[in-house]
Unconditional design. Structure first.
Length: 157
């Protein structure tokens, strides 16, 4: 059993992610082996999360749709912002905090805490935030704060 050349893409359409598969590119086991070979060539610090994603994908029994993408990404949504969060959590967190153009070294712990409190207050329904979105927004802000405070502890104050 050899490996066929194939092209698969994860593309963004209208802010949402979807897969684009080349037709007739071999059996699923061939694709799984190719993904494993490709993952093995990544930098070591990336391999664990990529192999975990491959394992989740191998156990998936449903359609290859937004739910699949979300599951493979560790429960994050199947949209471009969530993909950014998965690939580059610090940039995602800075963007969520409205500090997208700031260098990683351009913020400190105090600024992160102050911005977090302001954004959580604004997201809360008691202060004008949309009730339906408040829980997810506050959870995202909390995760972004955790990411940024971790970055500041690595000597980026």
């Amino acid at each position: 059993m050899g490996l066929l050349s194939s092209v698969h893409r994860l593309i963004g359409v209208g802010g949402q992610l979807r897969f684009e598969f080349a037709e007739d590119t071999g059996r699923p086991i061939q694709q799984a082996l190719a993904a494993s070979y490709a993952a093995a060539s990544l930098p070591e610090q990336c391999q664990v999360s990529v192999f975990e994603a491959i394992l989740v994908a191998l156990m998936w029994t449903g359609e290859v749709d937004g739910r699949f993408i979300s599951q493979v990404m560790g429960g994050r949504g199947a949209n471009l912002l969530e993909l950014t969060a998965w690939n580059d959590p610090t940039s995602w967190a800075l963007q969520l905090f409205g500090m997208g153009g700031v260098e990683v070294t351009g913020f400190n712990r105090r600024q992160v805490q102050r911005t977090f409190r302001r954004l959580v207050r604004d997201a809360h329904p008691d202060h004008g935030g949309v009730s339906a979105d408040a829980a997810k927004r506050i959870a995202d802000l909390t995760e972004a704060r955790r990411v940024l405070l971790g970055a500041t502890q690595e000597g980026m104050d």
